[in-house]
Design a protein around this ligand. Structure first.
Ligand code: AOF
Ligand code: ZN
Length: 356
C-alpha cells in the first residue's frame, strides 16, 4: 500500500479533475503489475496494472489507493475489470466520495466474491487525496501556501528588490512542488511586480499546472508573460463581480478563462474563489503569495499546508513583510499548524506545516 500511495503521489498535479491513484498487484509475494492514473485522469490506475499483470492477476491481491470506480464514465468501471481478471483480494484505504462510486465499488467487488480490505494507511491516503475527496463531498480543494522569506519574514527590501532571497535549490524545489499541484496561484500584485511564468520548469511534466491570478479588478498587464502564454498554458483569472467590460473582453480575446467571484467586504471572498476553482476541476492548488493574498487565505482558515523557505539573511523592519495583516488581537486567535518536516535545501531551510 505504501508503494501504491507513492505511485499515486508521483502523478499528483497531472490527473485533475480526477484523483491521482496508484495501484500495485501482488501474486505470491511478487509484484506483477504497478501503475498510476494516466495524465489527464484516464485510463485509471487499475486497468493499466491489470494489463501488465496479464494472466498473473488471477488469484492476486490488488493494492489501490482509492476505492475502485463502479461507474461507466468515458471508460468502463475498474471494478468490472478487476472481477473479469479474477483477482482474489482488493485492499484500498478509503472510500471514493464521487457520488457515482461512493461505496458501490466495494459492494460490487464483494458481491462478486472478492475479499475487500479497507482502512489500511487511511490517514495517509486521506491526506494525499484530500483535495479530491473534499471537493467531491462539496468542500474545497487542497491549498498549499508557499512563503519564501528572509530570516525575519521579509520578501523584499524597502526598494522592492526581491530576487533572489532564496537560492537555486529552493527554486528547483518550488518547481517540483508546482508540478505536484493542479494549479499555481498568485495575487495581482505579485503578477505585476515579478512578471512570472508560473510554470513547472525542468520537471519533465506531462501537463503544466494551470496558472491562477486573483485580481479583484482584473488590472493586470496584457503585455505580461502570463498573458503572452495564455494559449499555451491555461491562465485563469479570478476577479470581482464588476470587471471593466473592455478589460474582460481583452482577456477573453487572448484565451484566458475568467471567474467572476463574490466579495467579502471590499475583497474577494477567497472561500468562494476556491469553490469556483474546485468546480472547474482543481483538486490541489499551490499559492505563492503575495502577502495580501496569503494573509486572506490564512485568516479565512483556507490553508491546508504551509511550506516555508527561510534564507540565511535578515532584511529588517523596512523590508516588505511576507504576510499582510491578519487582524489578530490575541495569540489564541492565531491558527496553529503542526510541523511535518524540516529539511536543508542547499543553503536554505524548508519547513512544511499541516493545518492543526
Ligand atoms: C479509479 N481509479 O485511477 C481513478 C479513479 O470520468 P471518469 O470516468 O474517468 O471517472 C472519474 C472518477 O473516477 C473520479 O471522479 C473518481 O471517482 C474515479 N477516479 N477511480 O478506480 C483511478 N483516478
Ligand atoms: Zn476506475
Amino acid at each position: 500500500m505504501a508503494l501504491a500511495l507513492a505511485l499515486g503521489r508521483r502523478v499528483q498535479g497531472q490527473c485533475w479533475p480526477n484523483p491521482a491513484v496508484g495501484c500495485v498487484i501482488v501474486r505470491e509475494g511478487r509484484i506483477v503489475g504497478r501503475a498510476a492514473t494516466a495524465p489527464g485522469g484516464r485510463p485509471h490506475a487499475e486497468p493499466q496494472a491489470l494489463a501488465q499483470a496479464g494472466a498473473a492477476a488471477r488469484g492476486a491481491t490488488v493494492y489501490v489507493s482509492l476505492e475502485p470506480c463502479a461507474h461507466h464514465g468515458r471508460t468502463p468501471p475498474c471494478t468490472d475489470a478487476l472481477i473479469a481478471a479474477g483477482v482474489a483480494r482488493v485492499v484500498a484505504p478509503v472510500m471514493d466520495r464521487d457520488p457515482r462510486v461512493s461505496g458501490k465499488g466495494f459492494d460490487r467487488l464483494r458481491a462478486a466474491g472478492i475479499e475487500v480490505i479497507t482502512g489500511i494507511c487511511a490517514e495517509e491516503a486521506t491526506r494525499d487525496l484530500g483535495g479530491f475527496l473534499r471537493r467531491e463531498a462539496g468542500g474545497l480543494p487542497h491549498l498549499t501556501l508557499k512563503l519564501a522569506m528572509s530570516l525575519d519574514g521579509r520578501i523584499a527590501t524597502a526598494s522592492g528588490e526581491s530576487r533572489w532571497i532564496t537560492g537555486p535549490g529552493a527554486r528547483r524545489a518550488v518547481h517540483a512542488m508546482r508540478a505536484r499541484h493542479d494549479a499555481v496561484m498568485v495575487g495581482a500584485g505579485t503578477a505585476r511586480a515579478d512578471d512570472p511564468m508560473l510554470t513547472a520548469r525542468g520537471m519533465g511534466v506531462a501537463r503544466q499546472p494551470a496558472r491562477v491570478v486573483v485580481s479583484r479588478r482584473l488590472d493586470l498587464p496584457l503585455m505580461s508573460q502570463l498573458a503572452q502564454t495564455a494559449r499555451d498554458v491555461p491562465l485563469w483569472l479570478c476577479h470581482g463581480p464588476d470587471p471593466d467590460p473592455a478589460l474582460a473582453e481583452a482577456w477573453d480575446g487572448i484565451g484566458a478563462r475568467r471567474f467572476a467571484c463574490g466579495l467579502s467586504g471590499r475583497q474577494l471572498d477567497m472561500a468562494g474563489v476556491l469553490r469556483d476553482l474546485g468546480e472547474a476541476g482543481l483538486t490541489r492548488i499551490f499559492c505563492e503569495g503575495g502577502g495580501g493574498l496569503a494573509a486572506s487565505l490564512l485568516s479565512a482558515g483556507l490553508v491546508d499546508e504551509l511550506v516555508v523557505f527561510s534564507a540565511g539573511l535578515a532584511i529588517g523592519a523596512e523590508g516588505l513583510p511576507g504576510l499582510g495583516a491578519l487582524g489578530l488581537e490575541t495569540l489564541a486567535e492565531a491558527r496553529r499548524f503542526r510541523l511535518e518536516e524540516v529539511r536543508a535545501v542547499d543553503g536554505d531551510a524548508m519547513s512544511r506545516w499541516i493545518k492543526g
